[in-house]
Design a protein around this ligand. Structure first.
Ligand SMILES: Nc1nc2c(ncn2[C@@H]2O[C@H](COP(=O)(O)OP(=O)(O)OP(=O)(O)O)[C@@H](O)[C@H]2O)c(=O)[nH]1
Ligand SMILES: [Zn+2]
Length: 199
């Protein structure tokens, strides 16, 4: 399918990034020719291409590919969706969970497309706030529901492994449209549902 990740790597890009990584290893005091590191520049280049493959995806097309007319007007919540992204400041991972809800307005969307949209934006260099807003805006503009809610909770390795070195802090961001903005009860219901446990 056209919108999905191509499963081939762009060898030209891999070669270019690997070339620079070899130099970076030297600058770090390593010997890029030793056995364990010989293939590392190429591995890193491939990993980075994977971790930023969201630039090749079209999140609106992902949603449009599975929109169905349906007379269902209650809130739809998909919660506890794993998120892996990279902070644009340090290029270190941040990861955690996303919770997304929408209130249909004539159309529903294939459930798997919500995590796919999250990945399309998360697999780029990001800040958590922009990631949250981009997911909200994409769903609102493409599906045109009566409201969208997005909550993301993440740990940032740039705050844990280095810098301020806080191992347990979690950052929560949220973004709302429509009824989630205007109706306190709707927003409270969403927040109750995402904190409720199945068992
Ligand atoms: N708002 C926001 N900040 C982020 C995110 N990811 C990383 N950061 C922050 O980006 C900031 C960059 O600040 P700088 O002072 O330029 O970078 P730095 O000297 O490495 O800062 P420290 O991390 O405090 O050592 C840091 O405060 C990070 O914690 C994010 O998703 N959202
Ligand atoms: Zn960072």
């Amino acid at each position: 399918m056209g919108y999905q990740k191509i499963d081939r790597y762009d060898q030209k890009k891999i070669d270019a990034v690997a070339f620079h990584y070899k130099d970076i290893l030297t600058q770090l005091g390593e010997n890029p020719s030793r056995e364990g590191l010989e293939k590392t520049p190429e591995r890193v280049a491939k990993a980075l291409q994977y971790l930023t493959h969201g630039y090749d995806l079209k999140p609106e097309e992902i949603l449009k590919s599975a929109m169905f007319e349906e007379d269902y007007s209650q809130m739809v919540v998909v919660k506890d969706i794993e998120v892996f992204s990279m902070c644009e400041h340090h290029m270190l991972p941040f990861f955690g969970k996303a919770h997304v809800a929408y209130i249909p307005n004539g159309h529903i969307v294939g459930l798997s497309k919500i995590p796919r949209v999250i990945d399309a934006f998360a697999r780029r260099l990001q800040v958590q706030e922009r990631l949250t807003n981009e997911i909200r805006d994409c769903i609102q503009q493409t599906l045109n529901p009566k409201g969208v809610a997005v909550v993301i909770e993440c740990k940032h390795l740039c705050m844990a492994m280095r810098g301020v070195q806080k191992q347990n802090s979690v950052t929560t961001t949220s973004a709302f449209t429509g009824e989630f903005m205007t109706n306190d009860k709707t927003r409270a219901e969403f927040l109750r549902l995402i904190t409720a446990s199945l068992d």
